[in-house]
Design a protein around this ligand. Structure first.
Ligand code: CU
Ligand code: ZN
Length: 201
């Protein structure tokens, strides 16, 4: 009898703890939602709060590569400057783009989708009068030690603004094994995706 009584008590305690945890989680969710809503309100009320934003994301290896690195985005006075520092690449030119999904989960980087193209233009060299994707950053050079970097500044991007044709949040940076020929559709024939970074805060 005593043993049964203890077991019942223990079970009751478990149930109680379970409920308590559930309640805490729900409360946490409410807190998060409140914070997110407040953040949005602030942004809408004061546009200057969107300026001078900075974000650094890590490049992860894909397709069996040894690629690593960082990409920093800085927004100032209506322009975003991207600085990418990459290592573990073969010597020579490599393509780098923004792709449409902040999802690097696939081993070959395919989950990042196609080039980010919010203005529905053809693939091309940045600034081409015939059109280009807003993710068509271009190519950068890698030295004999496998290291390369690129700095790119544009007023066609923003970090977290309301304009969907400019907002780079929730996109991905993809580094390719090959070179962007700026001509082939839809992605410049840049080859295997060897590095990927999700642009998330
Ligand atoms: Cu690409
Ligand atoms: Zn493109």
């Amino acid at each position: 009898m005593k043993r049964i009584g203890l077991t019942l008590l223990f079970s009751a305690a478990l149930v109680f703890t379970g409920c308590k945890n559930e309640n805490q989680t729900a409360a946490d969710r409410v807190d998060e939602q409140t914070n997110m809503t407040q953040g949005k309100d602030d942004a809408g009320a004061d546009d200057t709060s969107m300026e001078n934003r900075e974000l650094t994301v890590n490049i992860e290896p894909r397709s069996g590569s040894n690629v690593s690195g960082t990409v920093t985005f800085q927004e100032e006075n209506g322009e975003v400057t991207m600085t990418a520092e990459v290592s573990g690449l073969a010597e020579g030119m490599h393509a780098i783009h923004l792709h449409e999904n902040a999802d690097c989960s696939a081993e070959d980087g395919s989950s990042a989708g196609g080039h980010w193209n919010p203005t529905f233009e053809d693939h091309g060299e940045w600034g081409d009068a015939n059109g280009y994707h807003r993710g068509d950053i271009g190519n950068f050079d890698v030295n004999s030690e496998g290291k390369g970097s690129i700095t790119f500044t544009t007023d066609k991007w923003c970090i977290g603004c309301e304009d969907k044709t400019r907002n780079i949040l929730n996109k991905a940076v993809i580094v390719h094994d090959g070179v962007d020929d700026y001509t082939s559709q839809p992605s410049g024939n840049a080859g295997t995706r060897v590095g990927c970074a999700e642009i998330k805060e």
